[in-house]
Ligand binder design. Structure first.
Ligand code: NAD
Length: 268
């Protein structure tokens, strides 16, 4: 019997912020589907090594790399590592992100700048380095219909305003237009560019919200589908977007949010 081809067989993916949460979930899923994965981490080397071991234990290939996505040289190093280690690049997942919450009247320039650097400038730097590589590689029809795929992990807060998070919403709103503009500008090179905007996904970033009963209740009241999401909910969509099944999809944002963007307070 012919061995079944995995969905991302022989593809190479860079996943930023892949030592935890959504990035970890995407790295594991892409590894499971046959992609070689560059696991980028910022602070937690052991967690990144664990993701690598899990991918390898499932028969995949991975390499870890410490890099700050907001630094130009680090962003380039991420792409160079994919080329140096796996010989090419097919997929960039711009996932790394942080929150530095503050009431607007109290927000410091440092809090503003840190979030913009990581959540908006980082995705710009990584996308530019990846796109240059995709243009150089061109389309290889036996591998994929696209020259490359860029996927931005944005947030429902690219459309839902969020008091106390002006830096975060400004960055995610920026990511939304960056994604669309790149999709428009890079389509002629057959580079597909899309976004996934998660709702409430159970990770470190919102732990203070879901770990207490009251916070969990409030979160659930904002989710018509009645459950908090998991990293796998995002990873499944990311894998699909990176395959040729999604070849006609570019410039799209998929809201993976259990209906959070459906104005649930109008539901009664
Ligand atoms: P997380 O905190 O587990 O993951 C964020 C990752 O980014 C961490 O591994 C962190 O080390 C890494 N990181 C931070 N700064 C970095 C830098 N300068 N360079 C490289 N890596 C860096 O949280 P998460 O929920 O998995 O977040 C992943 C993405 O999903 C973020 O962009 C976040 O805004 C987005 N998101 C999350 C949710 C949610 O509910 N969890 C909802 C919407 C959007």
């Amino acid at each position: 019997m012919k061995k079944e081809q995995k969905r991302l067989q022989d593809k190479v993916a860079v996943v930023t912020g892949a030592s935890s949460g959504i990035g970890r979930g995407i790295a594991l899923a892409m590894g499971r589907e046959g992609a070689g994965v560059v696991i980028n981490y910022h602070g937690h080397q052991e967690s990144a090594e664990e993701v690598k071991q899990l991918i390898e234990a499932a028969g995949g290939q991975a390499v870890t790399l410490r890099a700050d996505v907001g630094q130009e040289a680090d962003a380039q190093l991420l792409i160079d590592t994919a080329i140096g280690h796996f010989g090419r690049l097919d997929i960039l997942i711009n996932n790394a992100g942080i929150q530095r919450d503050a009431a607007f009247l109290e927000m410091t320039l440092e809090q503003w700048q840190k979030v913009i650097d990581t959540n908006l400038t980082g995705p710009f730097l990584c996308a530019r380095a990846a796109a240059r590589e995709f243009v150089k590689q061109g389309v290889q029809p036996e591998r994929s219909k696209a020259a490359g795929n860029i996927i931005f992990i944005s947030s429902v807060h690219d459309v839902i305003p969020w008091a106390g998070h002006a830096n975060y919403t400004a960055a995610k709103g920026g990511v939304q237009m960056l994604m669309k503009t790149l999709a428009q500008e890079l389509a002629k090179y057959k580079i597909r560019v899309n976004g996934i905007s998660p709702g409430a996904i159970k990770t470190h970033i919102n732990q203070q919200d879901w770990e207490l009963e009251e916070g969990r209740k409030k979160m659930l009241s904002q989710i018509p589908y009645g459950r908090i999401g998991n990293p796998e909910d995002i990873a499944n969509v990311a894998v699909w977007l990176a395959t040729d099944e999604a070849d006609y999809v570019t410039g799209a944002t998929i809201y993976v949010d259990g209906g959070m963007t459906l104005y649930p307070s109008f539901g009664e």
